[in-house]
Design a protein around this ligand. Structure first.
Ligand code: ZN
Length: 492
């Protein structure tokens, strides 16, 4: 009896290892089918669209689509570097939702090499060779994009000792890059990589899935490559490309510019300007906030970017208004650049004040796993408190009043709450109107409808505004300038 058991066990082991070999062979078969072994560098060109991730009109809609006339990716698998150049094009109106307004053609060049990620400035001819990427994790994200390409995935699977298993007639291979970033992909019976999923850290949605699907493989002059690539981030398309050309082993010497190599990221600083008694304009970064003193607490409007910025904003508010807790954090709208510190505000114990259309999304945000880069809320696990606003909300202590008004007819976002302080005649607003650095400079034409919507709403609501406090830009403004900006546009 005992003997039979042993024999049976051995039989299972033999079977299991044969299966393992078969699946490992699937990676080798894919390497052969895709020519991964002989490809050191690769360039592909296509067109289609990229999408403004985190900028949807409501939290339940896809990301706004921006046409891409030309997309060229040059990769060097041996040196771990990649250069992506996009030529985007915008007509007379931005798509519904957010994203920085532009008109006509716009070139973007994003590069990664080893431990460095940077963007090549393309508008100023005498600009330095590279600008370090603003996002601290850009290097890893872009490196993952290199290893998510079909040939890159197979190379990475071999280098990182991928584990494999049978999956739906094909093979699923999984491994970890840099000890932290999980990658998993499926390979079909033809040795084609069909789908690669990886997860990157995001301050709002946590371990965010980035899923790239490869279909319609074709022979591009001797190399098999997909002719259609679709990538999603957090479930909605972020890139959709039809590939027109692939070049194997082109020259790809991607060198790190000196100013990128020696770059030290500046510390997060929050500057403040007193706008009225107990009302502070918090600037010093790309996105601004407001702190308002109430009788026994503080109200903060917008905690942008990420936890580092949000922590600094909340600390500054408490420094300017000592011995009072931050009881409310108003979020102007759900776009990710303005919402990046929302989990920090939740951890602070503040009640989040938001438009009602964001409630379900913020409840999800409070619970998203943050295992790649744990944040304050991931350890405190505080329960979220949300207070919703419909068309109008009021926060008051009996003396000071803060009104929140939903902008109507505003295509940038469906949930924009502007902040109005009737006594102080102040209006705080992000994105609708950013006064140009030089007064009198017309707005880019695609930004004019947003300024007009703000102007129309101020008239509709009969708000008596003396000072406009924008959450972008380098100065405050007024309704006269807004009115002019809403009716004139530049030729570009
Ligand atoms: Zn926005």
């Amino acid at each position: 009896m005992r003997k039979i058991t042993i024999l049976a066990t051995v039989g299972i082991l033999v079977f299991a290892s044969a299966l393992g070999a078969q699946q490992r062979n699937a990676i080798q078969a894919a390497a052969d089918a895709l020519g991964a072994g002989k490809i050191k560098t690769l360039q592909f060109t296509g067109s289609g669209a990229n999408f403004s991730v985190g900028q949807n009109y409501t939290p339940n809609e896809p990301w706004p689509r921006v046409p891409v006339k030309n997309y060229t990716a040059l990769m060097n698998y041996d040196t771990g570097s990649m250069r992506v150049e996009l030529l985007r094009e915008m007509g007379p109106a931005m798509p519904r939702g957010g994203g920085a307004p532009f008109f006509g053609e716009q070139r973007q060049i994003q590069v990664v090499s080893g431990n460095y990620a940077w963007n090549v400035p393309v508008t100023a001819p005498n600009a330095p060779a590279g600008q370090p990427a603003a996002a601290p994790d850009a290097q890893l994200e872009r490196m993952l994009a290199l290893w998510a390409t079909p040939q890159g995935f197979i190379k990475a699977a071999m280098m990182n000792n991928a584990t494999t298993r049978n999956a739906g007639g094909g093979t699923e291979a999984s491994f970890t890059v840099g000890g932290k970033y999980k990658m998993t992909g499926t390979i079909n019976a033809q040795g084609q990589v069909q789908k690669v999923t990886t997860w990157i850290n995001h301050p709002i949605v946590g371990d965010m899935p980035v899923e790239t699907t490869y279909t319609a493989y074709k022979d591009f002059g001797g190399v098999m490559f997909p002719s259609h690539i679709v990538q999603t981030q957090d479930g909605y398309p972020s890139l959709d490309l039809t590939i027109s050309a692939v070049t194997v082993n082109p020259e790809a010497n991607i060198t790190v510019p000196d100013n990128v190599r020696t770059f030290n990221p500046p510390a997060v600083t929050v500057e403040s300007k007193k706008m009225a008694d107990g009302v502070y304009y918090l600037t010093g970064g790309t996105h601004h906030s407001l702190a308002v003193e109430m009788r026994d607490h503080i109200v903060v409007v917008d905690v942008p970017n990420n936890e580092a910025r949000a922590s600094a904003v909340l600390a500054k508010a408490k420094e300017l208004i000592p011995n009072k807790p931050i009881r409310y954090v108003v979020t102007s709208h759900h776009h990710w650049d303005h919402l990046g510190g929302i989990r920090t505000a939740m951890d602070e114990g503040a009640t989040i004040v938001t438009h009602q259309s964001n409630k379900a999304f913020l409840e999800r945000v409070a619970k998203t796993p943050h295992t790649i880069v744990p944040d304050r809320l991931a350890s405190s696990k505080k329960a979220v408190k949300i207070q919703t606003v419909a068309d109008k909300g009021v926060l008051t202590d009996g003396n000071r009043t803060i009104e929140l008004h939903l902008l109507k007819g505003y295509e940038h976002t469906g949930d924009m709450l502007v902040v109005y302080l009737p006594k102080e005649k102040l209006l705080g607003e992000p994105d609708a109107f950013t006064p140009p650095p030089q007064a009198g400079t017309p707005l880019v034409r695609t930004a004019v409808p947003y300024a007009k919507a703000l102007y129309d709403n101020i008239q509709r609501l009969k708000l008596d505004v003396q000072t406009i406090v924008p959450f972008h830009g380098n100065r405050t403004s007024d309704v006269a300038e807004l009115s002019k900006a809403a009716t004139t546009s530049s030729s570009n």
